[in-house]
Each structure stands twice: as structure tokens, then as C-alpha cells.
Design a protein around this ligand. Sequence first.
Ligand code: ADP
Length: 376
Amino acid sequence: MTHPRVGVVGAGQLARMMLPEAIALDVGLALLAADPADAAAQRSPDVTVGGDLATFAAACDALTFDHELVDPTALAEAAGAGAVLRPSPRALRFAQDKIHQRTQFAAHGLPVPEHAIAEHADGVRAAGEALGWPLVLKAPLGGYDGRGVVTVGGPDEAAAALEALGGPPVLAERAVALDAELAVLVARRPSGETVRYPPTLTVQADGICTELLAPAGLHEAVLEAAGEVADRVAALVDAVGVLAIELFVEGGEVLVNEVATRPHNSGHWTIDGAVTSQFANHLRGVLDWPLGSTAMTVGAAATVNILGPGDGHDPRAARAATLAVPGVAIHWYGKGARPGRKLGHVTAVGEEADETRARAQRAASILLGEEAGDGR
Ligand code: ADP
């Protein structure tokens, strides 16, 4: 691959943030978009809208993904026609199917929340008796940002919860008493060579990640355990490019929640706060090129996700005022401003964790119009 062309299935914000890294390496990035207005498609000269995956893949040296919701039959067809899929369909399946993922991780001795697979409402009730109420139910396919996750208070709610998730089978799991949530990103080459970023503390509200903090600021033993578990997951999944491992922390123990086989929201701070961003390392892994240092370049990085405000106004109007906050970067995804939609993020970098977080929060509230800024 001297002058490679990498195909990306999907043209959302992750593909958009791969673009500058591809430009820097002078690697061609071809996008398979659903719509010309998709976040990355608006900014790229090399976009295919719709069309057949195998045909798109045939014109690329390697194929990677902006999201995991890709039809396995189409992947198998592309692989059969000689496409280089990075990661492989086998790796992608972990991120596509929560039941497969959880079952495999448990079978390989990884620490996971106690769980059961419920095939009907009685199965949900039996799981609740065994694991305790409330019980967390998850649809195996297609969930993100907490969609596809329902908390069931007791046996009377079992049938309605199952229905809300589109019916069985569902993953039923114990409600973990969360002390914190972490994400660990690794980048991997096809040979298995792996680099790992410092664990990121992820702050959630209503099942949506709102803030990222690096360093995570938890006890060293917890961070070490998180790193070890992440390495084991990466080897089992046989990831190529970036793999994100989301972890629960409960009473000093780490439990694997789920993985994403691609760059991930939890790694957005690496653009401004690490030697090599997750997007650069993803492309390097996909191309089987040497991976870059994951070390932080700053003492602290804090990212706040910008969700569309309830009144529907477009926060971009406040970009200049936001940028008057020192040490802050804005990353905008080019999406229409709908309430609750992830429109972009701001990252603050600095020396000290609390001060850096406060600056990121201030930038976010100026951008959202909740606080006046002093920029013009
Ligand atoms: P999604 O795939 O939609 O991101 P997740 O499985 O990551 O769904 O769940 C979203 C959030 O819901 C988690 O980040 C966590 O805050 C909460 N959550 C999920 N499962 C559990 C659980 N078993 N116990 C407690 N909280 C949970």
C-alpha cells in the first residue's frame, strides 16, 4: 500500500474527524455515505452515496468503518470478493451483537456484570429474581447513546420493557452500583502490535456521555486493572485500528460493559491532548503502518459533548465567544441542530484537572448560550 485509498463505511462525525489525519498522511479517504449531507460527506471530495458495499470496497485498498451497523451478509460478500476489511467481520460482530459479545467475554473469563439472556417475559422475571431488581435490559442489536437500554423496576414491568426493546431475545443484567465509568482505547495493527491510551473517565447523564476527563483521576490500581482488561479484550476481539472498551467501576473492580470496533467519542480529547490522535492511529492501524505514541501532551484534557439545545437554536453562532476561553478547541460535526443531538464537542487542555474541566464547561455553556462570553 504505497499510495493507499482507504474506504470508510459511513460518513458521520468519526469519518469527518479522520479526514484531516488522512490529509496529513496524504492517504486517500473514500466515503460510503447514506446522504450527501452526512457530517463527513459535506467536507470530502471522494464520496459515494448509497450503492453496493462490495463494489465500493473493490475500489479501495482497505475498508474500515464509521459505525458498526453494517449488514453481515454484505460484509461476507465483500470479503469473498477479496476486500481487505479492517477490522474483520468477526471483530465487528462483537460490537454488533451485545448478546454475542457478553457471552464470549464471559466464556473467556473477562469480568462482566452478571447477566442472563431472556427469550420471553417469564425469562425477564426469572432474571430479575436471580439478579435482583431493578434489572437492566438491552436489545442485542442497534443500540447507542442509551437507546436500546431499559431499566425494569419489577416483574410487572417485564412484558412492557421487552416490547419497548422490540421483543426478545434481550440481554438482562444486574444494575451495577456505578462508582465511575471508564473507557480505554487501544489501537492495533493486524500483526497484533498494540498501543493503549490512558484510561478516560466518562461522565454520563441519562445514558448519554456528556463529559470526558483524562487523566481519569481514579486510584492507580483501578486504572491498571482497566488497562489489563482492555489488552485482553483487544486480543480476543482481534481488533485492527482503534478499539474502545467501555468499563464500569464498582467497588474498586472493573467490569466490561461493551466495545466499539472503531474510533469512539471517549477518545475525542486525543485530538488536542495526545501525541497521536485516535483518528491518526486508527488509520495507521488499518494501513498496518507503525502506531504513534498515545502519551498525553498536556497535564489534563477535558471534553464536553455539545448536545442540541432544547429550543432548537444553532449553537454555532457563539463560536467566536467560546474561542475567547483560553486553551479551548471546538470540533463541529456539521449536523442540523436538533434537541439532544450530538452536534460537536469542545476540549480544554491545561495543567491541572479541575481547572481544565471548569474551562471546558465554561466554553460549553458559552457555546450553548447559557453563559455570556467576552469574545467578539
Ligand atoms: P449504549 O450501547 O446505548 O451506549 P450501554 O450499554 O453503554 O448502551 O448503556 C448506556 C449507559 O447506561 C451506560 O453508560 C451506563 O451509564 C448505563 N448502564 C448500562 N448498563 C448498566 C448496568 N448494568 N448497570 C448500571 N448502569 C448501566
